[in-house]
Design a binder for this molecule. Structure first.
Ligand code: SF4
Length: 395
């Protein structure tokens, strides 16, 4: 049985990660907790709007968030019928803050919507009850609603699928993942006959940005979703075939960065040719990143010490300009008979300074700010050593 998480593990990390997932290997998942809390609060706010058939007020949003946080840190979440341990208060509060900030700006559906809706399908993509033993693929939609849309080019009934993300880098590339494609396939199969199209939305709860695309069934949308369905079918088949040789193959490389199993992964790359060494470095970088995440959480209150070594936070001293530093500088400059052009020539502009001045000049237009910063700056290349994902070729 597959789900978006397993397909994502295979594509973003490697097929061996799916083996680890299926055999319940310990994974470093602490950093998912904030996202879990945010999802929990947003689902509760959505349900509240549906029941009350009204937009939630700021006070209601705050009360719902408080109630959910209390439940998460005292009892823990129940997911797919399994009780999870109580959540760390810091994670629950951080997730609730993200949810509240987004909820206050978002129009909430008061009818025709579902939150945390589960869908399951059999081998022939026939719909099954969510807990059916013979399910082949299942997924949960954060939010699904149905709206009537009337535009110049297209009009009709749209299903709007919303996926919430709490990873900082979430951008429009999320619309290309198997997860969001699978969501469209599920809604198309189950609800498609009463629809004219599907809108997929991905919300980055950290930045507040929403990425969306509309897929009208005619022309083109039906064919596109059918293609995604066959892509997912083939991918699941390929992952099944890999198990015929025992464990699925490991693919050490850039996928190790952010892989939740990198700490316990036994994929070895010990040869000394350059490609093997590069693979080994990628895997070490993945382990290093997970160790840092785990140890940052573990040492938030106090550092770990052993054998004359300290791992954790260390206070470092540096200096930062005081508020009013520019005025003080200007006074000192003029006292020494300096003029404006002399001072400007002495200042070394930084990109942060350019952005800050552009923001003051064009407070209401991000495009104008970016255009000005582009006009005042020049492209520059430099070399940085590390492990990077290869850029996707563009057409
Ligand atoms: S650490 Fe690397 S090799 Fe191991 S499962 Fe994750 S992606 Fe695969």
């Amino acid at each position: 049985m597959y789900r978006p998480t397993t397909l994502r593990l295979a594509s973003a990390h490697c097929p061996r990660a799916v083996d680890f997932y299926e055999s319940n290997q310990a994974a470093f998942r602490d950093h998912f907790q904030v996202g879990i809390a945010a999802h929990d609060v947003l689902a509760a706010i959505g349900e509240h709007a549906l029941t009350a058939m009204l937009q939630p007020t700021e006070q209601e949003i705050a009360e719902i968030a408080e109630r959910q946080v209390r439940s998460l840190i005292t009892r823990g979440r129940s997911f797919e019928g399994r009780a999870e341990p109580p959540m760390r208060a810091e994670d629950a509060f951080e997730g609730a803050e993200l949810a509240k900030r987004y909820a206050a700006t978002e129009p909430w559906p008061t009818a025709d919507a579902w939150f945390e809706a589960g869908y399951a399908f059999g081998a022939e993509w026939q719909r099954l009850p969510y807990n059916a033993v013979e399910r082949r693929f299942r997924l949960i939609l954060d939010r699904l609603e149905f709206v009537e849309e009337s535009g110049e080019d297209y009009a009709g009934r749209l299903a709007v699928i919303t996926e919430y993300k709490t990873a900082w880098p979430t951008d429009e590339s999320e619309l290309e993942t198997l997860q969001t494609k699978a969501q469209a396939v599920a809604v198309w199969l189950v609800h498609g006959s009463g629809l004219d199209g599907i809108r997929r939305r991905v919300v980055n709860l950290r930045t507040g940005k929403t990425f969306a695309d509309d897929l009208w069934f005619e022309p083109g949308g039906n064919a596109q979703i059918a293609e995604w369905q066959s892509e997912i079918t083939d991918y699941m088949q390929a992952l099944d075939t890999m198990t015929e040789y025992g464990r699925r193959p490991a693919r050490p490389g850039v996928g190790c960065l952010g892989c939740p199993y990198s700490l316990g992964c036994d994929a070895k790359s010990i040869e000394t040719d350059h490609i093997s060494m590069a693979k080994r470095l990628a895997k070490l970088e993945g382990e290093r990143a997970q160790l840092i995440k785990a140890l940052k959480a573990a040492t938030a209150e106090s550092a770990i010490t052993f054998d004359g070594t300290t791992v954790g936070y260390q206070v470092t001293a540096s200096r930062t300009p005081k508020p009013g530093a520019l005025t003080l500088m200007w006074l000192a400059w003029t006292a020494a008979n300096g003029d404006v052009s002399g001072l400007l020539a002495a200042l070394k502009p930084t990109m942060a300074m350019l952005s800050s001045v552009a923001k003051k000049l064009y407070p209401d237009s991000k495009e104008d700010q970016e255009a000005k910063v582009a006009e005042w700056s020049a492209a520059k290349t430099s070399k940085e050593f590390g492990v990077f994902a290869q850029p996707t070729p563009t057409e």
